[in-house]
Design a protein around this ligand. Structure first.
Ligand SMILES: *Cc1c(COP(=O)(O)O)cnc(C)c1O
Length: 451
């Protein structure tokens, strides 16, 4: 039986899909952080490449992928679609489980799909350097790689806790030529202020964003780049779903359920949006499931309202599901899912009942990740493991009920830089941390954390 669907390299999609004209309800406009008036596109051009700003508000359904971006994509795209037959057997489920493997990218996650076009569009504008932040290190690695392709400098502000915990992510960024600062740093006023308040602080994503924005605004020929949340980022990621559509056809199946994890919503949007369009046209019922960690539950517990993207309240206000811009999630291992907000597109689809959100505890998530790794021989990133867990739960339900279903998992990245997290899980440290957090005071006190 054929279990891997790779596509002919010439079948690489030539256009991205823009969902904005096909949303059930139009998005609310981003607002200026000072005046709270709808933002003019020019206000964003100081920070982002011109073409990215145009794409952010475009009503064109299809947007051409530029030739140099296609050429770069060909290094690792099309990525494989794999039928997880060994996992199906281990679960004794009648369900068919497929996963779209974005771990095949040069830096190990889907993030390169948007890093490359963002770097390219900046190069066209004559930008000399890009500044960004990174939490777990995947976005920083992807942008470092992309900047190097187009001969631009890259500066990454890496949240102090990850900087200390993930020396190999830092080494990879340097390998690709980036400058990496632990955030808070002494390079920016925002960083110096934070260090003056607390020299021992382990930093946060919100603070690192403030530093990167400041560095972009003060640096000569420097712009800023964001790895998730925004419309143009989800647009670039639709290359995942467009390939997967062709590959599912090659497999002779159509997914009943598509499951991906959500941090800012970009890998989820990238996989789901093309299938959403097809399901809308054919009226074929399809479940779209967004999986988040139970300790950072923006979609399942947050409010759908305007909020800032960063802690220092410097970014435009976006209408999205949010836990509040000052929310500090506990330090779970899925660092890429520790964001207080959510992509406005994904938020809108949840509010309109198209996307179903679920939240899971990291202990159950790691249990499923180990099961997946032992069956398929691929170690999921802790973020990806959330989607894997939800799919396994669904396949188990099929086994209990004796129903057949086709499940497609967005496999956003591999976990080769996350062995510390797996070591902690295998030694029982995660379980102990959870038990004490639930028993002690604080945000998890008395919480019931479900598998
Ligand atoms: C960054 C990241 C995520 C979360 O970001 P989204 O924008 O929600 O996709 C998920 N998985 C991996 C492997 C990541 O690197």
């Amino acid at each position: 039986m054929q279990t891997t669907f790779t596509l002919n390299p010439f079948d690489l999609p030539k256009r991205w899909y823009n969902v904005l004209p096909d949303l059930p309800t139009p998005l609310d406009p981003p607002l200026h952080p000072g005046t709270r008036e709808p933002l003019e596109p020019e206000a964003l051009s100081g920070l982002f490449a011109r073409e990215c700003v145009r794409q952010e508000m475009s009503s064109d359904r299809w947007i051409d992928i530029p030739a140099p971006v296609l050429e770069a994509y060909r290094r690792w795209r099309p990525t494989p679609l794999v039928r997880a037959v060994h996992l199906e057997r281990a679960l004794e489920t009648p369900a068919h489980i497929y996963f779209k493997y974005e771990g095949a990218s040069p830096t190990g996650s889907h993030k390169t799909n948007t890093a490359v076009p963002q770097a390219y569009y900046n190069k066209l504008d004559g930008t000399r350097a890009l500044a960004t932040e990174t939490g777990a290190g995947q976005w920083g690695s992807a942008l470092s790689f992309a900047c190097q392709l187009f001969g631009m400098d890259c500066t990454v502000f890496m949240v102090r806790s990850s900087f200390d915990q993930k020396p190999y992510r830092k080494a990879m960024m340097k390998l690709f030529g980036a400058r990496v600062h632990a955030s808070p740093s002494t390079e920016t006023q925002a960083g110096r202020d934070a260090l003056a308040r607390d020299p021992e602080t382990s930093g946060s994503l919100g603070l690192a964003i403030s530093e990167a924005v400041e560095a972009a605004l003060s640096g000569q020929g420097t712009k800023y780049s964001l790895g998730s949340v925004l419309n143009h980022v989800l647009l670039h990621q639709t290359v995942i779903g467009l390939e997967a559509e062709l590959q599912m056809q090659e497999a002779g199946e159509a997914p009943d359920e598509i499951i991906a994890c959500v941090g800012g919503g970009s890998n989820f949007g990238g996989l789901v949006l093309p299938f959403y369009r097809a399901a809308r046209e054919s009226r074929r019922p399809t479940r779209f499931v967004a999986v988040e960690p139970s300790v950072c539950p923006s979609l399942t517990k947050g409010e759908f309202r305007y909020d800032f993207g960063d802690m220092a309240k410097t970014t435009p206000l976006l209408r999205m599901h949010t836990l509040g811009h000052d929310y500090m999630p506990p330090p779970i291992h899925a660092g890429g899912l520790r964001y207080h907000g959510m992509a406005p597109i994904v938020s809108r689809l949840v509010a309109d009942g198209v996307v179903e959100p679920v939240a899971y505890d990291q202990l159950c998530v790691f249990e499923s990740a180990v099961l997946f790794a032992r069956a398929e021989g691929i170690v999921p990133a802790p973020e990806t493991a959330h989607a894997v867990h939800a799919a396994i739960e669904s396949a188990r339900e099929c086994a209990r009920a004796g129903t057949q279903k086709t499940i497609l998992i967005g496999f956003s990245g591999h976990g080769h830089f996350d062995m510390g997290a797996y070591a902690a899980y295998l030694s029982g440290e995660l379980e102990n941390a959870r038990t004490s957090a639930v028993q002690a005071g604080g945000p998890l006190a008395g919480a019931r954390l479900y598998c």
